[in-house]
Write a protein that binds this ligand. Structure first.
Ligand code: NAD
Length: 499
């Protein structure tokens, strides 16, 4: 079907791709036939027309995944490994095309898109390396003649819910290791990124030759996520929900999941400190702070939000960071020199602007930036932030950080921990003993010494504490999340029963 759309300037636009969901190894429209437009955050143009799936579609996808479960569980590890490695190769082969999709669908700059597309084949290869890790142990038994085993097996159907900000990585994170452990998966990407966060993977897993039903993708129109989430939680065939997104949505899911006694893994929002101690190499600290704050225009759960600097170097650090921030290119993510692309949509842009305005109205000082620039927000640093300002305690998902000056490492830890979130942290210092001591006291899931908070590798136990969620989705830690540990016994000689 040819679909024409209008550009913001009113000119006719090329017909856009009509996409379909992927259920039971086949391309599918929504059961009710609805569609929605997936748009480019910089140009406003329609990138794709996508099925507006509903609960009925989610149920179909769950049935397909459930039907495929036993055969996939029993598929030899060597075959699972072959398929995962093949998918990795396809992903790598399509890298340049994927970089364009990420720019069009999410406003990702070249660097951010290359990072995601470089990371994800490694995630599939890490999963391929773990296909033989679903093992158990033999336990000693008190009972005479008894043989005890602790066995591990797939949890069952895993439902993955992913956000838009790093769709290539975060959707795959909900899928790759669960598949390696023998689970089958239904993935629901964000309505902002149905292609890069879902349908693209359907193409890749289809081409790799995964059996039908093992991997399914359903898409939904904006504002209709909760009904799909409800099906994931209420349908007894789903045994795990893997959620990455905001604390607000994660809390709603966890509350419902509690009622249904369904296990969830939650990777949620962050308010991440970057601590710069007085002995730091200031130029290195400035580069780290700039990268950690402004990569993907601050739309990363791990972005540095609070730059906590020891007083003796604060002035030099701030002067140099402001100067560097002024050099960052703002605008079209397709231009290679752009560092700050658009925010994902108008609501998000307004939210960031309101948060900065609220702080300024209440007395915060703008060191640099502070304004909207088309669909972008200027890279911004604020100081003199007080706790009656929203930005002091709410995650501002944009290119904005606050600067806080402290007098000691102990005060830095106290300031860093003064938040309901606990995802990631960075400490820049040459004193590793002190940094390790501080790392132990920081209330976050992850701490990076001599680095900034934005960091991930496929083998790492990624995850947060406090309102940043619970569960670990990477490396060997994912085995705990997405398998069941069971106790199986064999009574090899008759027991003596007391009656
Ligand atoms: P979001 O919570 O709005 O949406 C995330 C996903 O959940 C989307 O697929 C959305 O459609 C779905 N969703 C929303 N409400 C739902 C509901 N009630 N039931 C079921 N599904 C629901 O988050 P977002 O705006 O897409 O992403 C940005 C947020 O995600 C930020 O707060 C960021 O910090 C966080 N995040 C966390 C991590 C992490 O690993 N900790 C990674 C990336 C993003």
């Amino acid at each position: 079907m040819a679909i024409t759309t209008e550009r913001r300037d009113g000119a006719a636009h090329e017909p856009v791709a009509r996409r379909r969901m992927y259920i039971d190894g086949a391309w599918a429209d929504a059961a009710k036939g609805g569609t929605f437009e997936d748009s480019d955050p910089f140009t406003g143009e329609t990138v794709a027309v996508v099925p507006a799936g509903t609960r009925e579609d989610a149920r179909r996808a769950i049935d397909a995944a459930h039907g495929a479960l036993h055969a996939w569980w029993k598929t030899p590890p060597s075959e699972k490994r072959r398929l995962l490695l093949k998918a990795a190769d396809i992903l790598e082969r399509r890298q340049q095309e994927i970089v364009k999709i990420l720019a069009a669908e999410t406003g990702a700059t070249f660097g951010w898109a290359m990072f995601q597309s470089g990371f994800t084949p490694g995630l599939l290869r890490e999963a391929a390396g773990q296909v033989s890790s679903v093992t158990g142990e033999i336990l000693p038994a008190d009972l005479p003649g008894a043989f005890f085993m602790a066995t591990r097996q797939p949890a069952g159907v895993v439902a993955g819910i992913a956000p838009w900000n790093a769709p290539l990585i975060l959707s795959l994170r909900a899928v790759a290791l669960p598949l390696a452990y023998g689970n089958t998966v239904v993935l629901k990407p964000s309505a902002e990124t149905p292609v890069a966060g879902g349908l693209l993977y359907a193409e890749i897993f289809d081409e790799a030759g995964f059996p039908k039903g093992v991997f399914n993708v359903i898409t939904n129109a904006p504002g209709h996520s909760a009904e799909i989430g409800d099906e994931f939680i209420e349908n007894p065939k789903v045994r795990r929900v893997s959620f990455t997104g905001s604390t607000e949505a994660g809390r709603a899911i966890a509350e419902k999941a509690g009622r249904h006694l369904k296990r969830v893994a939650l990777e949620l929002s962050g308010y991440n400190p970057l601590i710069v101690l007085r002995d730091a190499d200031v130029d290195y600290a400035v580069n780290a702070a700039c990268f950690g704050t402004f990569l993907h225009q601050g739309q990363i759960c791990m972005s540095a939000r609070n730059l906590i600097v020891e007083r003796p170097i604060a002035d030099t650090f701030v002067t140099k960071l402001v100067a560097k921030t002024k050099t960052l290119g703002v605008g079209d993510p397709r231009i290679p020199t752009t560092v700050i692309g658009p925010l994902i949509n108008k609501q998000q842009l307004n939210k960031v602007r309101d948060s900065v305005e609220d702080a300024v109205k209440k007395g915060a000082k703008v060191l640099v930036g502070g304004n909207v620039e088309g669909p972008c927000f200027q890279p911004t640093l604020l100081t003199d932030v007080k706790n009656d300002m929203r930005i002091d305690h709410e995650e501002c998902f944009g290119p904005v950080a606050i600067v806080t000056v402290v007098d000691s490492p102990g005060e830095a830890v106290r300031v860093a921990n003064d938040t309901r979130y606990g995802l990631s942290a960075g400490i820049i210092t040459r004193n590793f003993d002190q940094a390790l001591d501080m790392a132990e006291r920081l209330e976050t899931g992850m701490v990076h010494i001599n680095d900034q908070p934005v960091h991930d590798e496929p083998q790492a136990p990624f995850g947060g504490v406090k309102d940043s969620g619970f569960g670990r989705m990477g490396g060997r830690a994912a085995l705990e999340e997405f398998t069941e540990l069971r106790w199986i016994t064999v009574q090899r000689e008759p027991r003596q029963f007391p009656f």
